[in-house]
Structures are given as C-alpha cells and as structure tokens.
Design a protein around this ligand. Structure first.
Ligand SMILES: [Zn+2]
Length: 201
C-alpha cells in the first residue's frame, strides 16, 4: 500500500501542523473479510473533520489526515499499546470493540500479535514518520511549531464518559502538551459565546 493510500498530506509553509488521525474509513482488502458487518459501518470515525478544517490550507497549515480506519490500527495510540487513559475504559491500538462495546471482528478472526505488528509497520509507522518529518521541516524554519491534533466524537457515549460532551473539548494532557498562552488563544473565540467548551487532560 502506498503512502497516499494510508494518509493524505498537504504541505504548508506556516508553523502549524494539523494531524487528523481518525478521519479514515478504509479497511484494506486483505483484512476486510475478518470484520463483521457492524464494523464496516466504521461508526467511530472522526466524521466531518475534512470539512471542519477546510480553512486550514488558507492559514498555510500542513495537514496530515488518515485514510485508514481506526479499526485497522489507531494512529492516536502509542505503538507499544499502553493505555492513554489508565484505569478507564478505552479502545486499544487495534481495537476489538466499538465505542459502544460491540465486537468488530467475526468470530475467530481477531488479530494476533503478528497481525498487530504488521499493522504498526504498514500503517502506523508511515503516518508517524511523515508527521515527524513535517515537524522537523518546519522546526528548521521556525523556533516554535504548533502540532494540533484534530478529533471529533459522538457527544453521548455512556460507556466512555458520563453525560453529554461540551461542543469544544481542548485536551492538553494535563497541561503538558502546550503552554498556557496556546490554550488561552485556542479558547478565546468560544469564550462568552453560547458554544460550550472545556479544557481537560
Ligand atoms: Zn479521534
């Protein structure tokens, strides 16, 4: 599979990189037969982000977006498979269930550790290498480069979180992924509007 089948990359010249790791809906032909009909709906895709971020090229942003579904391999998880949310229900590097807890694979067709490793090598690594290359290219030109990870999710998913999510959810990994000025300017446009927002870990 060629890189442009795994992800799409639009290069820009400004110090902003937008990564959209869950935009993909493709399950490759060689593994599609192992998924059940429910999985083929790819319901947990981060829908509409291509439209929501259509303005990004006008900003000169570099945009990297997955074509491969998160049901194949989750590009937003460490390749080591460690949990992003220790102690909480979450989906794994090669998820076996939907957000709602429904199985993704036909009986007897769940990926084994070799399958998982092959998916890391074939899909996960090229995406992250390209992302690193783009960051390195821009860091050669600017002192600071902002990597913005773009997601969307159903606002009500009782298995993963209680209640209904705010409209905008700014995750900062408990303040470690960006400085306060960056998050302050991200929130500014939605402060004092009727759009709800939260900054969380
Ligand atoms: Zn996502």
């Amino acid at each position: 599979m060629k890189h442009h089948d795994i992800f799409q990359l639009k290069r820009g010249a400004s110090p902003l990189v937008i990564s959209i790791p869950h935009l993909g809906t493709i399950i490759p032909d060689d593994i599609i037969g192992s998924y059940n009909d429910e999985a083929l709906q790819v319901a947990d895709t981060d829908w509409y982000l291509d439209r929501i971020y259509a303005f990004a090229s006008d900003l000169g942003a570099t945009v990297i977006a997955a074509n491969i579904s998160r049901y194949v391999v989750d590009l937003n998880r460490p390749a080591t498979g460690e949990s992003l949310y220790p102690g909480m229900v979450t989906t794994s590097l090669c998820p076996l269930e939907t957000f709602r807890g429904d199985e993704l694979y036909r009986s007897g067709f769940t990926p084994d550790s070799q399958d998982v490793q092959r998916r890391i090598d074939t899909y996960w690594r090229p995406y992250h290498e390209a992302l690193q290359q783009e960051l390195a290219r821009l860091r050669g030109r600017y002192a600071n480069v902002l990597l913005w990870e773009a997601h969307s999710i159903a606002s009500v998913l009782p298995r993963l979180f209680s209640g209904k999510l705010p409209d905008f959810n700014f995750g900062t990994s408990d303040g470690e992924s960006c400085n306060e000025q960056v998050i302050a300017s991200a929130i500014h446009p939605v402060r004092n509007t009727n759009i709800s927002s939260v900054v969380s870990g």
